[in-house]
Design a protein around this ligand. Structure first.
Ligand SMILES: [Zn+2]
Length: 315
C-alpha cells in the first residue's frame, strides 16, 4: 500500500488528506493563520500529518510523497511558491521540499490550487475522460486553470490559465484588486457583490436592503421571490461570468468547463442560464461546450495532489 499526503492551504482552512490511489482515506482540517505567514503554520501541518499517520496506523515508509496545493503562483518545476496575494506572504522564501525531506524524508510536489483542483476533477471527478477542460472556481474571487491535450497549461512564468478571474469583461467597469479595470471578479464575485447591490439605484426599495449578509445565497433567494433589484444584479453577474467563460472558450478550446465554488450550492439557478448564454454567444462550430458542476467542490485539490504525486513519481 502506497499512500500520499495532500495539503490544501486555503486562506481560512487548511485541509490535510491521506489518500491511496485516488481514494480519500482520512482528512483533518485546521484553522489557517494566513495573515501571520506560512513559517508559523508549518509546525501545525507537521502535527496534523503525524496525527493522520498514527490514527490510520501507517508507517511513514508507506507514504510516497506530499502534494502541496497553494493559493498563489507556484513554480511547479522547482516546487516553490512564486507569488502570493495577502495570504502566507512569507511563502516564496520557504523551502517546502527541504521541510518535507527533513521531517519525513518524503518528496514534495507543489502546484497552484486551481490547477490542483483541475487535476482532481479531471482524474476522478467531473472531467473524467476529457483531455481539454477549463476549471473555474466561483468564490470570494474567481480561480481558473486550464488543461490542453491532457497537459496543464502553465506558460513561461507559471501563470497561464490561472488568471481567468482577471479577464476583462467590462473595460469601463470597476477597479479590481489587481489594479486593472473591469475584471470579471471585479464585476461579479463574492467580494464585489455587496457594493454591486448597494450601488443599484433602487437598492433602498429592494427586499435585500434588510439582509445582514449580502451574499449569492441571499441574492438567489430574493431573485427567486421576484425582487427586481436581485433579478437585475443576478443577471449582471451571470452575464459577466458568461462573458469570461466565452473568452476562455475562445482562448483555450475546451470540451467542458467544470465549475466549482460556494456559489454552486445554488447550481440549479446558475447553470441553466449560464449554459444558455454560452450556447448563444460562443463561437464553437464543432458543437457546444458543456458547463458541468464539479464532483468534489470541497476536496478536488486533495485528489489532485494525490494524482500529482503519483504521476510525478511515475507510480
Ligand atoms: Zn483583476
Amino acid at each position: 500500500m502506497k499512500y500520499t499526503i495532500a495539503i490544501d492551504l486555503g486562506g481560512t482552512i487548511i485541509k490535510i488528506g491521506l489518500l491511496n490511489n485516488g481514494q480519500l482515506i482520512d482528512r483533518i482540517e485546521i484553522k489557517a493563520q494566513s495573515a501571520t505567514g506560512l513559517v508559523n503554520q508549518l509546525p501545525d501541518l507537521e502535527i496534523a500529518i503525524n496525527q493522520l499517520l498514527i490514527i490510520n496506523d501507517i508507517p511513514k515508509g508507506e507514504v510516497i510523497g506530499i502534494g502541496f496545493s497553494f493559493a498563489g503562483l507556484v513554480d511547479s518545476s522547482k516546487n516553490r511558491i512564486l507569488s502570493t496575494n495577502q495570504k502566507y506572504d512569507d511563502a516564496p522564501g520557504i523551502d517546502l521540499v527541504g521541510w518535507a525531506k527533513e521531517k519525513w524524508d518524503w518528496p514534495l510536489f507543489a502546484e497552484n490550487d486551481a490547477r490542483m483542483a483541475l487535476l482532481g476533477e479531471w482524474q476522478y471527478g467531473a472531467g473524467l475522460n476529457c483531455s481539454d477542460l477549463v476549471m473555474v472556481t466561483l468564490g470570494t474571487g474567481i480561480g481558473t486553470a486550464v488543461l490542453i491535450g491532457g497537459k496543464l497549461l502553465k506558460g513561461k512564468h507559471f501563470q497561464a490559465g490561472n488568471l481567468g478571474g482577471h479577464l476583462v469583461v467590462n473595460h469601463r467597469g470597476t477597479l479590481c484588486t489587481c489594479g486593472n479595470i473591469g475584471c470579471v471578479e471585479a464585476e461579479a464575485s463574492t467580494w464585489r457583490l455587496p457594493s454591486l447591490l448597494k450601488e443599484h439605484p433602487r437598492f433602498n426599495n429592494s427586499s435585500m436592503k434588510n439582509e445582514e449578509i449580502l451574499d449569492f445565497k441571499a441574492l438567489i433567494d430574493h431573485s427567486a421571490k421576484g425582487d427586481q433589484v436581485a433579478v437585475e444584479v443576478l443577471d449582471h453577474c451571470l452575464s459577466a461570468w458568461a462573458a469570461a467563460f466565452i473568452s476562455m472558450i475562445h482562448a483555450f478550446d475546451p470540451e467542458i468547463i467544470v465549475i466549482s465554488g460556494g456559489i454552486m450550492k445554488s447550481s440549479s439557478f446558475i447553470l441553466p442560464p449560464l449554459q444558455k448564454k454560452v450556447n448563444e454567444l460562443a463561437w464553437t462550430p464543432w458543437g457546444k461546450v458543456k458547463l458541468v458542476e464539479a464532483k468534489f467542490p470541497d476536496s478536488a485539490a486533495l485528489y489532485g495532489a494525490d494524482y500529482l504525486v503519483r504521476s510525478s513519481l511515475g507510480i
